[in-house]
Design a protein around this ligand. Structure first.
Ligand code: ZN
Length: 148
């Protein structure tokens, strides 16, 4: 390629505007005019950026977390019991004409434990509460309305 400014053979030329005319010039002569092709590498800035094809695969992150939260929730330690939960056990037991011993057998617990339960002196684990509730068809847990 020949520089149109100085006539020298050049490996690469630049398009510049010099005093109203556009010339292809060498590296040396480029500074005399206003550069029209800022980048010699032609395609770099003309490739359109493809936007909008990405977000489709994102929303998985939350799903697993939910499961974890539910696991934690199921381990919530102690149910809130009605203030008279011991009495509720006794009343339900007596309504069935069961002795404490019999109730103990059905719950697979000791008679002495039943006494403690009915006096409210021992707060059994939630699993036992559920057993008692389902056996006697009663509810030992506090009603939301009752709390207040
Ligand atoms: Zn030149």
């Amino acid at each position: 390629m020949i520089c149109e400014m100085c006539g020298k053979e050049a490996t690469a030329t630049h398009r510049v505007e010099i005093e109203g005319s556009v010339l292809r010039v060498c590296e040396d002569c480029r500074k005399f005019g206003k550069l029209l092709d800022p980048l010699i590498a032609p395609a770099a800035s003309s490739v359109p950026v493809r936007g909008g094809s990405r977000p489709a695969s994102a929303p998985f992150v939350g799903a697993r977390r939910r499961t974890d939260e539910r696991d934690v929730f199921s381990e919530v330690p102690e149910m809130e019991l009605a203030s008279d939960w011991g009495k509720r056990i006794r009343i339900a037991r007596e309504a069935r004409n069961w002795t404490t011993e019999e109730l103990g057998k059905r719950l697979n617990e000791k008679k002495s434990l039943i006494h403690k339960l009915e006096s409210g002196g021992f707060r059994p684990p939630d699993s036992t509460i559920r057993k008692v509730e389902s056996l006697l068809k009663i509810r030992l847990r506090a009603d939301p309305a009752e709390a207040g």
